[in-house]
Design a protein around this ligand. Structure first.
Ligand SMILES: [Zn+2]
Ligand SMILES: [Zn+2]
Ligand SMILES: [Zn+2]
Length: 247
């Protein structure tokens, strides 16, 4: 947090240095990114990302979209950038990044979005992506379930304040659950660690990773605490964490 001297903000542990929440997914057929916050360029450089075949958005809050234009590098490489988002999120993207959506600039090298409004499950390569509408304060945003064949591999719920039963049913027994856990204190638009653990107990994933973490949660100490409390399969994620999930 800007201007904060707390233990986490001053921590020398690299896992306490948190950029905006996002995931990059590589499959045998193609690769995509979920959300492009203001840190997208820094993250793409850090991880040496060479290929983005599509982008999927959870919602249009600034911490999830402000790096959109940095997709230009990948858009130019493939001729355009497929963008999947809900109707509301696409509307906001088209407003904020009007120059890109209107094609104002025709010089090669500019971002050329190819909008795909999400109205149900869709495929990227052999991966089926199922939108998971969840409340995020007063708004509804999309989490996503990634499946291959009959296997539910990863559910990504970056920003949510509750997870309805219908969504729990859709993602039940998923291999990896990545879920919002902002801090210990309840928050109007995000799950707390306790609330996220309660969701995980309903979903029963093999592994749970917490994301969208605020500076109230020191990485090592919080994971120790979770372990001591018997949550062997739940832990805070960290920037740069790589997970390999196999069918
Ligand atoms: Zn702080
Ligand atoms: Zn948000
Ligand atoms: Zn957010």
């Amino acid at each position: 947090m800007i201007g904060c001297d707390c233990e986490v903000c001053r921590s020398p542990d690299p896992r306490d240095k948190r950029l905006r929440s996002s995931v990059y997914v590589e499959t045998p057929e193609c690769s995509w990114v979920v959300d492009t916050g203001a840190d997208f360029r820094t993250q793409a450089l850090r991880e040496n990302i060479r290929k983005v075949d599509a982008v999927i958005f959870t919602h249009s809050h600034t911490d999830h979209i402000m790096g959109f234009d940095d997709l230009r590098r990948f858009s130019y490489a493939r001729g355009s950038m497929p963008v999947s988002a809900s109707t509301e999120t696409m509307r906001d993207l088209a407003r904020v990044f009007e120059f890109a959506f209107k094609g104002t600039y025709t010089i090669p090298g500019y971002l050329k979005p190819e909008p795909h409004v999400i109205d149900g499950p869709f495929a990227l390569g052999s991966t089926i992506i199922t939108p998971l509408p969840v409340p995020h304060g007063d708004s509804v945003i999309n989490g996503y379930l990634f499946s291959r064949g009959d296997e539910k591999l990863v559910a990504y719920l970056s920003d949510c304040s509750a997870v309805p039963d219908a969504i729990v049913d859709l993602i039940a027994n998923v291999t990896v659950l990545i879920i919002d856990a902002l801090r210990d204190e309840p928050h109007p638009t995000h799950l707390s660690v306790g609330q996220a653990l309660a969701v995980a107990a309903r979903v029963r994933p093999s592994e749970t990773y917490f994301t969208h973490i605020a500076h109230e949660l020191p990485h090592a100490e919080t994971n120790e605490r979770l372990k001591r409390a018997g949550h062997d399969n739940a832990q805070l994620a960290y920037d740069g964490l790589t997970l390999e999930v196999r069918v």
